[in-house]
Design a protein around this ligand. Structure first.
Ligand SMILES: Cc1ncc(COP(=O)(O)O)c(C=O)c1O
Length: 367
């Protein structure tokens, strides 16, 4: 048997007619840039995430960039985030001219450890970017308390967590601006790159709308230097057709996670994902921690099972950030997670026999 990490074709088969009809409307109208579907999707995603406004843009990376720009984060400012995340989180901070300041993660959730946050805050700290990694919200209570006390903005990196909840509130609505990615492998993915920032403050939303069209308002008159970062109307059309299925897909992922949890429960060497009480985890990834990751990866490859290492080198050790002056040992939990974790297939359409095959293959490594 072969099991891929992700099977986008399986999902497409179930929604083909709706997606094609939705795209057909754009083809008929030829309204490719900021057509009506973009505004409709912005409203739908804002409603879905429990926020007032959405601003569609070209990627999750750009959503982070636009969010920081809208908050007027720039040279001389510091932005606190985690080193154990996809590169874009820190890349966006760097690209607005600010300095990424890292805080280590919790070993069980892989999210920002609020207990270590305060010591990273300085007079220059302008924003905090908690990352809701693998589909679970970071512990936002203590993070928002501290941010409020110190007058610091929060930008949620919810690229992997659309639909995730904390105490009944959805990811994206827990900070000042929430950022989603519609990269095809995300829980809600389009047919290329796409992203959106959501928020409750109309002034921030307006600023992001202006920044995504070169900073022009009105057209050809520029009060800001922005970028070209719009969500294509075609991508919005795809997402409008997919959004009604999102909760069902997330429930499918959670069911697979529960199955794996059960299958691995008696194997002490396997560290299973930990969902905190009060959190609804949407399992963009099902990531386990094992002492001998290389051994497990070899077995998975031999058995034709797709897997991924998210992420093999924490950001404080990336060459491009050498000037930040970090060294190995600075963020031990991030470094350990980078050495010990592996993500398994969890896409909603994963057939029952495939997940059983994956579970057995993993278990057999520890027999
Ligand atoms: C945590 C995180 N942040 C940011 C991004 C950037 O999103 P995009 O690939 O849409 O630019 C991603 C996804 O790739 C991500 O996983």
């Amino acid at each position: 048997m072969k099991v891929s990490l992700l099977d986008l074709k399986a999902q497409y088969e179930t929604i083909k007619d709706d997606v094609r009809a939705s795209m057909e409307e754009v083809l008929d109208a030829q309204n490719f840039i900021l057509g009506g579907q973009v505004g409709r999707l912005e409203k739908a995603i804002a409603d879905y995430s429990g926020t007032a406004a959405g601003v569609g843009c070209a990627s999750g990376t750009d959503a982070l960039y636009l969010a920081l720009r809208a908050l007027e984060v720039g040279p001389g400012d510091e932005v606190v985030t985690v080193p154990y995340t996809f590169f874009a989180t820190a890349g966006a901070i760097w690209n607005v001219g600010a300095k990424p300041v890292f805080v280590d993660i919790q070993p069980d959730t892989y999210n920002l450890d609020p207990d270590r946050l305060e010591s990273a805050i300085t007079a220059r700290t302008k924003a905090i970017i908690p990352v809701h990694l693998f589909g679970q919200c970071a512990d936002m209570g203590p993070i928002t308390d501290l941010a409020k006390r110190r007058g610091i903005a929060i930008v949620e990196d919810a690229a992997q967590a659309i639909g995730a909840e904390q105490q009944g509130r959805r990811a994206g609505s827990l900070g000042d601006i929430g950022c989603f990615s519609f990269f095809p492998s995300k829980n809600l993915g389009c047919f290329g790159d796409g992203g959106m920032a959501v928020c409750n403050d109309p002034a921030l939303a307006e600023r992001m709308r202006i920044l995504r069209v070169h900073g022009s308002q009105p057209k050809y008159f520029h009060s800001l230097v922005g970028v070209n970062s719009r969500l294509d109307t075609l991508q919005a059309a795809v997402l409008l057709a997919k959004l009604p299925h999102l909760d069902r897909w997330s429930a499918g992922r959670a069911a697979h996670a529960a199955f794996y949890d059960g299958a691995f429960a008696d194997v002490t060497e396997i560290g299973r994902p930990v969902a905190r009480e009060g959190n609804l985890h949407v399992y963009n990834q099902y990531t386990i921690r094992v002492p001998d990751r290389d051994g497990l990866v070899k077995q998975l490859s031999a058995k034709g099972i797709g897997h991924a290492l998210y992420y093999p080198l924490p950001l404080h050790l990336q060459k491009c950030f050498a000037s930040l002056g970090h060294r190995e040992g600075d963020f031990p939990e991030s470094e350990r997670a980078a050495r010990e974790t592996v993500s398994l297939p969890i896409y909603p359409e994963l057939p029952e026999d495939a997940r059983a095959y994956v579970a057995e293959a993993v278990r057999s490594c520890f027999a």
